[in-house]
Design a protein around this ligand. Structure first.
Ligand SMILES: Nc1ncnc2c1ncn2[C@@H]1O[C@H](COP(=O)(O)OP(=O)(O)O)[C@@H](O)[C@H]1O
Ligand SMILES: [Mg+2]
Length: 420
């Protein structure tokens, strides 16, 4: 193997012995070369500039500048560097922050040789296939959050139940996959009564519970193992098998899971519950866009109006919320233009009323966009998928909104609003 093809690694740790041990472990790997060693974050930033490593093995607790600040600084300087954080067990909060700062992988000390090689090669491969997007402005609230946000999280949501959230989420995920050929995940965020296993006719014993149990050592391999694969190639994270276990999944779990999913997938569609519970808020906060479903029914319209007001209070940007009319039908005695005027918002897309066809598709376990791709409602959903895949992502202020700290979503909506 030519010298230049080796993976160039920099080791950052304040303990000399640790640095040396890691170097020894890597010495006999033909495709890996240790090109620099630094004793603290500040040195690491300077050396990264000088040596331009492919991969940085980064300790967290170090004098002068810790591993999180250093990760952020290094990635601002050179976004193509892949940072692997090395931590001791129990540093969950640090890990979350490191992830937001842009770290790619985590290794728990003591580090086995196998894990070390695997991680280095894995992040190096990722770098080759998935260029990192970097925020041009220094968002100091939550550094690097925008920088790591690669895939889009599309929350399908309605403040009213029964308007078609779950069916639209499933069909949208499939349409995105079929019409972009990108990597698409579907998350059943209805932790208490998840419908996606039925809608997509998926049988699996593995659910979001299996990730929540292991958020601290979650990686792409675990995701792959836990997520079910639909025939459309959409990867589906199913809801817990029963309501009692649904309660075990917290907003922190959801955040960590969505954060990882957005690194691994181009689109992460989330079937979001019609609620403002902490987990639901975590999804809405993290969403790049909220496809907000409305129907032409007074009760739904009233809730939509309340939700839009709430979204303003939560400082969600206008672009983040995409108002979509489902079950669109001009025989319902309410005109869309009147509603738009009343709620001071434009409906972006309309999904035609499919009468009983969506119900039939649910009963068959075959999404309408697959079973009846030329159906008007399928066409409408495909058009929405196209729009979501081509329209630019909301920019800076939105990214700041997405990065609200998890603490803020704990303790309910009321607590959150009075804290502002
Ligand atoms: N575009 C549509 N046209 C007609 N019926 C629809 C449409 N979208 C959804 N439905 C129906 O609405 C009902 C609720 O759908 P579901 O996806 O479970 O909604 P939610 O998740 O919002 O509770 C189902 O009977 C479904 O068949
Ligand atoms: Mg539902």
């Amino acid at each position: 193997m030519a010298e230049s093809e080796k993976i160039r690694v920099m080791i950052v740790d304040d303990i000399v012995d640790t640095r040396d041990q890691l170097e020894k472990l890597l010495f006999f790997e033909k495709d890996i070369e240790v090109i620099a060693k630094a004793g603290n974050g500040r040195e690491a930033v300077a050396m990264s500039k000088q040596y331009n490593p492919d991969v940085v093995l980064m300790d967290i607790n170090m004098p002068e500048m810790d591993g999180i600040a250093a990760t952020e600084a290094i990635l601002t300087q050179n976004p193509s560097v892949q940072v692997i954080i090395m931590s001791v067990q129990g540093e969950t909060d640090y890990l979350r922050r490191a992830m937001l700062a842009g770290a790619r992988e985590f290794l728990t000390k003591p580090i086995s040789a196998d894990d070390l090689y695997k991680s280095i090669r894995h992040v190096h491969r990722l770098a080759a296939t998935r260029p990192r997007v970097v925020a041009s402005n220094g968002n100091t609230d939550m550094p690097g959050a925008a920088a790591t946000a690669q895939g889009q999280i599309i929350a399908v949501f309605s403040p009213k139940g029964g308007v078609g959230t779950s069916s639209v989420a499933a069909n949208l995920a499939v349409a995105l996959r079929q019409h972009t050929n990108k990597k698409v995940a579907l998350v059943d965020g209805n932790l208490i009564f998840g419908d996606q296993s039925v809608i997509l006719n998926l049988v699996s014993t593995k659910t979001i519970i299996d990730l929540a149990n292991r958020v601290d050592d979650m990686d792409a391999d675990l995701l792959n193992d836990v997520m079910a694969t639909h025939t459309s190639q959409v990867k589906v994270l199913l809801a817990p098998p029963d309501p009692q276990r649904g309660e075990l999944v917290t907003s922190d779990h959801l955040r960590a899971i969505l954060e990882l999913l957005r690194r691994e997938f181009d689109f992460v569609v989330v079937d979001t519950p019609s609620s403002f519970s902490d987990p639901a808020m975590a999804i809405l906060d993290m969403a790049t866009r909220i496809v907000t479903l409305m129907t032409l029914e007074m009760t739904t319209i009233r809730n939509i109006k309340l939700f839009l007001e709430l979204a303003d209070l939560l400082e969600y940007s206008q672009e983040k919320i995409m108002l979509v009319l489902n079950k669109a039908d001009n025989r319902l005695g309410i005109r869309v233009s009147n509603v738009e005027e009343n709620i001071q918002r434009k409906v972006v897309t309309q999904l035609s009323n499919a009468a009983q066809d969506v119900t039939v598709s649910i009963n068959q376990g075959v999404p309408l966009v697959i079973g009846k791709p030329t159906h008007q409602t399928s066409r409408d959903i495909i058009a929405l998928a196209r729009e979501l895949s081509t329209v630019a992502k909301p920019t800076a202020p939105q990214a700041a909104g997405q990065a609200a700290a998890p603490e803020e979503t704990r303790g309910g909506l009321f607590n959150r609003l009075i804290k502002r």
